[in-house]
Design a protein around this ligand. Sequence first.
Ligand SMILES: [Zn+2]
Length: 225
Amino acid sequence: MRAFFKLLFALALAAGLLAVGNRLLEARAGGARPGRESASAVITQTPLQDVLLVNASHPLPEGYTPDDLVELYGEKRSFQLAESDIRLERSAFEAANRMFRQAKKDGVDGFILSSGYRTEAEQRALYEADKDGTAAEPGASEHQTGLAFDVTAYSDGGFKDTDQFRWLKAHCWDFGFILRYPEGREDVTGIPYEPWHYRYVGETIAAAIHENGWTLEEYCERSGG
Ligand SMILES: [Zn+2]
């Protein structure tokens, strides 16, 4: 009988650990959380983890606001800010901090975040002021999730010609970020090459995307989302 209760206890413990593990995975998935089923239109369920896919054909629901935005100016940071009011969702901020700390250890410093979270109203203003048609419509910008940032560095040319870009392109995946709009993939993403825009999706999905040379759209499609 004692053995039976021991077994029961072990099973309960395993189930509890699994539940905790799943929650951790979800917390790292970048935007997908339990209790957000009302917003399920924007969350693609995949075998690895759920992920928030945002593009012109998968807009965010009106009034979408991230849960846990961090005002970066007041935080201890391993990178600089182009403006004092830049915010990111906490998971993305913490991963970015780890990433740029490692870059510094590797001798690559001087990353400057130029844009993070945007409200729907801010995205609308950008869209309406946009003359050359490159700004995303309100709801269709990843910046509204707080999970994406634009980065730059002091240089004579474009960001794609900097050591900072070369480092990010090689290592961002290890920290759960993806180069969201890769070169030559505009037919899939709908967005021209943006070497400066990184999206947090968590390490598992970032690795899958990197290993297979996919975009986030292709990952969601192939994972049966
Ligand atoms: Zn961007």
